[in-house]
Design a protein around this ligand. Structure first.
Ligand code: DGI
Ligand code: FE
Ligand code: FE
Length: 195
């Protein structure tokens, strides 16, 4: 029987997988995810756990990620889109295999932290938004996103996806369908829930 690594074991192992500046980003995502979880009523321990692990595969060689995508049955369509998308589903796989995480809420939040998806859970939204707005982030829309996040996780996340999609369009790059579906679905959610 394999048990889950402790918080400190996770922190030390993930830290060793990345350069110092990416670890600083991870700490920012951890702190932001806890704040957002408390603000919007999610479990802060799970949010922090997903945040610790979310970029665990970010610095893995492309070939290593590709092997896992192919051999472990992860969505093969990812291979036709930006490599920046790959570390998220690979990270979820690694969180389960190497860190002993079994909670689907945590694993999904890692899996979808880059692309988003239709029907995002509150945990998915919090980790994805924390990744956009942690204190080290600096891009044109970030202050607006932080302001909106004071009251609406969905509206803040829409602003985040808008900025990513606009950037990809500007660059003439492809947009992964889940990102479009995530944005559309969040807009519907906001409209129907009046948030
Ligand atoms: O890993 P991080 O740098 O902390 O952040 P992330 O996991 O959100 O990765 C974001 C990068 O992925 C960002 O530079 C844009 C790029 N990307 C490429 N294609 C897509 C995409 N992001 C989304 N959401 N959708 C895409 O289709
Ligand atoms: Fe990431
Ligand atoms: Fe990140």
């Amino acid at each position: 029987m394999r048990s889950m690594k402790s918080r400190n074991e996770m922190i030390e192992a993930v830290r060793a997988e990345m350069p110092e500046r990416r670890w600083t980003h991870t700490v920012g995502v951890m702190e932001t995810a806890v704040v957002l979880a408390e603000r919007f009523g999610a479990d802060p321990v799970k949010a922090e756990r997903a945040a610790i692990l979310h970029d665990v595969a970010k610095y893995w060689p492309t070939s290593r990620m590709e092997t896992i995508i192919r051999e472990e049955g992860l969505p093969a369509d990812l291979l036709q889109y930006d490599k920046e998308l790959w570390h998220a589903p690979v990270g979820a796989f690694v969180a389960e295999r190497d860190y002993g995480v079994t909670d689907p809420e945590v694993l999904d939040a890692i899996r979808y932290h880059t692309s988003g998806r239709e029907g995002m859970t509150l945990m998915d939204k919090i980790v994805c938004l924390a990744d956009y707005m942690e204190p080290g982030r600096d891009f044109p829309a970030v202050n607006k996103i932080r302001e909106i996040a004071e009251y609406s996780v969905e509206n803040a996340l829409i602003a985040g996806f808008d900025s990513t999609i606009a950037y990809l369009l500007e660059q003439g790059r492809r947009v992964y369908p889940l990102t479009v579906m995530a944005r559309n679905d969040l807009i519907l959610f906001v409209r129907e829930s009046g948030r």
